[in-house]
Design a protein around this ligand. Structure first.
Ligand code: 13P
Length: 254
């Protein structure tokens, strides 16, 4: 059986004091946590090092929200994978739809970032997902296939022995309009079948998270589906109570 991963993508929120308090509250109340559920927080860059110290030795992992595809050099404002590893990150989100839509992260760039994360010894969380227009045009699977193919071409299926995929339908992000458990399951099953064609073993062990308006009251229904292995949480990861309610939903299913 696959463990659950419940990940908080804090996006561009908070400040030093609030983020430290949120981290401490999650840590104090989660404690060791039930073994089959892993928690992860992904704060903004400036807070990673400090919060990494708070989390050191705990069962809550640290991740970043983005990374440069370049190793080092004259890339003003960018942060490399080795720097993120250096400050204690275990995971890095790549290809979030906000970055694909607003920051020019093409599938090619996302694949390069994914490879950089792996190369630095961390675990990429590859976000994929369709817009409402694409869903209504019945292009959901084609869009996701293209997003996956770019990464598979760059790194091969073996990368998914450690990488995580997050299915985040763009229309469900920050809208309060969650995909139904069955809508999400259908896409997760499709993603797993794509990987299964290349390696059954890797496809069976790989975690696929769902993201998009996950809350304490809809998490259990989503996580109960056979191919949903946890969540990538935005808004509800900014309050300890809400985030821990989602974690508790995962724990209740074990
Ligand atoms: P919300 O949970 O706020 O919809 O955001 C989801 C998301 O984008 C996580 O990466």
């Amino acid at each position: 059986m696959r463990d659950y991963l419940v990940a908080g993508n804090w996006k561009m929120n908070g400040n030093a004091a609030a983020n430290a308090e949120l981290t401490r509250a999650i840590l104090a109340r989660w404690g060791g946590g039930p073994a089959p559920v892993r928690l992860l927080i992904c704060p903004p860059y400036p807070y990673l090092r400090e919060l990494g110290k708070v989390l050191a030795g705990s069962s809550v992992a640290l991740g970043a929200q983005n990374v440069s595809q370049h190793a080092s050099g004259a890339y003003t404002g960018e942060v490399s994978a080795t720097m993120l590893k250096d400050v204690g990150c275990e995971f890095v989100i790549v290809g979030h739809s906000e970055r694909r839509a607003m920051m020019g992260d093409t599938s090619h760039i996302v694949a390069e970032k994914f490879a950089a994360v792996l190369g630095a010894g961390m675990r990429p969380i590859l976000c994929v997902g369709e817009t409402l227009e694409e869903r209504e045009g019945k292009r959901t699977e084609a869009v996701i296939d293209e997003q996956l193919a770019a990464v598979l071409k760059r790194t091969g299926v073996q990368a998914f022995a450690t990488a995580v995929i997050a299915y985040e339908p763009v229309w469900a992000i920050g809208t309060g309009r969650t995909a139904s458990p069955q809508q999400a399951q259908d896409v997760h099953e499709h993603i797993r079948s794509r990987l299964k064609a290349l390696s059954a073993e890797i496809a069976d062990s790989m975690q696929i998270l769902y993201g998009g308006s996950v809350k304490g009251d809809n998490a259990a229904g989503l996580f109960a589906k056979p191919d949903i292995d946890g969540g990538l949480i935005g808004g509800a990861s900014l309050k300890a109570d809400d985030f821990l309610a989602i974690a508790a939903a995962a724990a209740s299913l074990n």
